[in-house]
Design a protein around this ligand. Structure first.
Ligand SMILES: [Zn+2]
Ligand SMILES: [Zn+2]
Length: 397
């Protein structure tokens, strides 16, 4: 029976798991209820299961009946601090927490793939690591799982690693999208505190006003982006938070702002880490002010291996048909901590359209929106792709 048909046979089970996880979303690295649901879904399957020490991850290894290499499949499990407004029957029961990025689908699809592949254990030429990961949304859970040994869970390191991500807009439901090279941006955080000397707003010459200098920094960062970076290796800096002062007639002591910096190559990223602090310090010094500037590297660029992205494209065409896959023209400005896995193992990250029927992918609410909805119809497709990638990659090695 084709893998997709096997996934379709357990569609209800996959959807039920997804809805249960969606109803009880959890944030960050500690997701005990989600972990328990995953362990329940995997119970009885011929898997070697271990759980995380510093986070509530689940690592499951399926050892095939025939010798061969190792392939890793990853699904993330965490939710976001968003209050759900979808009015779906399985809406979040936890105020202020929502699976607005669709990680509930990833978890359910990966558990579905573990079931489909377990049924083929005897014929499987190698092993599969199922990586159920907490803390994707800013907590670098993937990095922590790597430190705890997920890449060595089956013995030898994987020859390839694949991650899936659903999207509530942009792609029609059931359409896959990937590309060779950069797939998502690196995301870093810039924190700046300008130290002045407060005083009376009518006598600025007796004080040291941090606000004009901080404003100059914000504008200078934008000029720096356009004057020192190649337009074909894009960089985005957005100051998302800026705070200073209390009232019109007082000069405050401090101005503070936060910015995110996105880039698509290690060269640009390295240049940002060097140039941003220098620019900020030099402007402060030009005004005779003190400054603290921190450039914190968060997630690296998610880079798809060219051969693995091509393999994923061929797998999609062979298993689902040529009209079900697209090569994305551009990367996405979001970031992903699957990038830490792809720094260690060649692989590919694939997007899957999950826009519900009746909604236009162009105008549908995006991932992270309180109104984002993901169609259950995508569950069978994602489950089947996970399983197909593992089966075909192991057969190829
Ligand atoms: Zn997200
Ligand atoms: Zn996500």
């Amino acid at each position: 029976m084709p893998v997709r048909d096997e996934a379709a046979r357990i569609a209800d089970q996959i959807a039920e798991l997804r809805h249960a996880i969606h109803r009880e979303p959890e944030i960050g690295l500690d997701l005990p209820k989600t972990q328990a649901k995953v362990l329940g879904a995997l119970a009885g399957l011929p898997l070697e299961i271990s759980t995380g020490r510093g986070l509530s991850s689940v690592t499951a290894v399926l050892r095939g009946g025939r010798p061969g290499p190792v392939v890793l499949l990853r699904g993330d499990m965490d939710a976001l601090p968003v209050t759900e407004e979808t009015r779906l029957p399985y809406s979040s029961a936890i105020p202020g927490v929502m699976h607005a990025c669709g990680h509930d689908l990833h978890t359910a699809m990966l558990a579905g793939a573990a079931r489909v592949l377990s049924a083929r254990q005897a014929e499987l030429p190698g092993s599969v690591i199922f990586m159920f990961q907490p803390g994707e949304e800013g907590y670098a859970g993937a990095r922590q799982m790597i430190r705890e040994g997920v890449l060595e869970a089956a013995g030898p390191r994987p020859v390839a690693a694949y991650g899936l991500h659903v999207t509530s807009n942009r792609l029609p439901c059931g359409v896959f999208s990937t590309r060779p090279g950069p797939m998502l941006a690196a995301a870093d955080q810039i924190t700046v505190t300008v130290h002045g000397r407060g005083g009376h707003a009518s006598q600025p010459h007796l004080a040291a006003d941090p606000i004009p200098a901080a404003c100059e920094m914000v504008l200078a960062l934008q000029t720096m982006v356009t004057r020192t970076f190649d337009v074909f290796d894009p960089v985005v800096i957005t100051v998302g938070s800026f705070h200073a002062g209390t009232i019109d007639n007082v000069i405050g002591d401090e101005a503070r702002f936060l910015a995110t910096a996105r880039s698509y190559s290690s060269r640009s990223r390295g240049a940002l880490a060097e140039q941003v602090p220098r620019l900020i310090r030099d402007i402060a010094s030009a005004h005779g002010l003190g400054v603290d500037v921190e450039y914190a590297t968060e997630y690296p660029v998610t880079v798809n291996d060219a051969a693995e992205a091509a393999f994923a494209g061929e797998t999609i065409a062979a298993a689902f048909g040529p009209d079900r896959g697209e090569t994305a023209q551009f990367p996405i400005t979001g970031a992903e901590d699957f990038s830490f896995v792809l720094e260690e193992v060649p692989g590919a990250f694939v997007f899957l359209g999950a826009c519900p029927p009746g909604r236009d992918p162009v105008t549908a609410p995006t991932n992270h929106s309180a109104l984002a909805t993901f169609d259950d119809a995508a569950l069978v497709e994602g489950t089947a792709l996970y399983a197909e990638l593992a089966l075909r990659r192991l057969a190829q090695a």
